[in-house]
Design a protein around this ligand. Structure first.
Ligand code: UT7
Length: 334
């Protein structure tokens, strides 16, 4: 159980999102690989994805931060820590956190990137909580952003139909109200799952060469069936466990906020929680799998549609490369 003995809890105080304008719909994929709209919709739930044609992950993040400032009038130079959840950093180094600070002239913060693939937002929030609840930080900005199109092989029908680009920003601050904000979390890693979902090239194991390019080692590889089997169990397990140990009945949960990789995985998690379809946040149809951005993008979309309300109990759940997986139980604070 997460240690809640400290003085502070952590709550969301501001947020923003950015999705690029260019849309790749299923018809587009029918024109470039051997696939069908019907296969994509029934196997995954995806209809469209947004693609950033020019720019990098930091630009998705900057777009989201600017949206946050428009909505909440945040003074960026009061932020003391920036954590960027991404599997598509602009470069290996400097960190995307540093690039973002430079682009927005933020001088007040330090920061770093977190690599946990589709679970990176949940891992980043857990990290932000530790800084806030220990008293080390007062305003932590978590970015969930990925330009998946930069590492997608658009000749591989197994993966290219799945991913899209998006950026999100969420600001976290301390609260002395122990019933508000983040209330519990569960996090896991299992490195033995690494062989089923990875990008082999470009790191110190396989530095970039003509051969790594020829062998397409700078793109995502996924054994979809293998990942599917464990993702279904992992996401449902953490969601169920969070409900059990916090004595939450299905009627106490306002929304499940699941990582958006596959509608069938989302549905299996919902079933195990015993909740109705109307209590599941879904936007995979509009954006596909945007990796670190899916969970915060869901929350912001539902807020914008007037469905997510202050005080709502949320169960966040994710599963991704690593394997990494986890969940968060929180109360929405805005
Ligand atoms: O976000 C990080 C974690 N990732 C996940 O959670 C993803 C988990 N996996 C999945 O979501 C699913 O496994 C996929 C959507 C990737 C694939 O769905 P599936 O039902 O597991 O399909 P499959 O891989 O078992 O393939 C079934 C068939 C194969 O053909 P054969 O071998 O049965 O003749 C594939 O070649 O579907 C074929 N296929 C396609 N057909 C049309 C694979 N991709 C496509 C495609 N269009 N785009």
């Amino acid at each position: 159980m997460y240690n809640k003995n400290g003085k502070y809890n952590t709550k969301v105080t501001a947020f923003g999102k950015f999705v690029p304008e260019t849309i790749y719909d299923n018809a587009y994929f029918e024109s470039i690989v051997d696939t069908k709209d019907e296969w994509i919709v029934t196997r995954t739930g995806i209809k469209e994805r947004r693609i950033l044609e020019n720019g990098a992950t930091s630009d998705l993040a900057v777009g989201a931060i600017k949206d946050m400032v428009r909505r909440f009038d945040v003074d960026l130079n009061t932020i003391d820590l920036i954590i960027v959840a991404t599997v598509t950093p602009d470069m290996f180094f400097p960190s995307t956190a540093c690039v973002i600070m430079d682009k927005l002239n933020i001088k007040s913060a330090w920061g770093f990137d977190i690599s946990a693939a589709c679970s990176a937002f949940i891992f980043a929030v857990a990290t932000a909580r530790s800084f806030i609840e220990s008293g080390a930080s007062k305003k932590v900005l978590v970015i969930g952003a990925d330009k998946m199109s930069a590492i997608t092989d658009y000749t591989d029908r197994n993966t290219c139909i799945l991913f899209g680009d998006a950026g999100t920003a969420m600001l976290f601050e301390p609260t002395e109200d122990k019933e508000d904000g983040f209330l519990d979390q569960i996090l896991f890693c299992d490195g033995s799952g690494g062989k089923y979902l990875y990008m082999l090239g470009g790191g110190s194991l396989n530095p970039a060469t003509h051969e790594t390019v020829d062998k397409k080692m700078h793109f995502i590889y996924q054994d979809g069936k293998a990942v599917f089997k464990v993702a279904v169990i992992g996401m449902a397990d953490v969601a169920e466990e969070l409900m059990k140990r916090n004595n939450l009945k299905p009627e106490d949960v306002a929304f499940l906020v699941p990582h958006q990789a596959n509608l069938r995985i989302v549905d299996a998690t919902r079933e195990r929680m015993g909740i109705d379809n109307s209590k599941v946040m879904v936007n995979i149809d509009k954006y596909g799998n945007t990796t670190a951005a899916t969970i915060p993008l869901c929350m912001i979309d539902y807020y914008d549609e007037g469905k997510l309300k202050k005080g709502d109990n949320l169960i966040l759940a994710s599963f991704g490369a690593g394997y990494t997986w986890g969940g968060i139980y929180m109360k929405w604070s805005i």
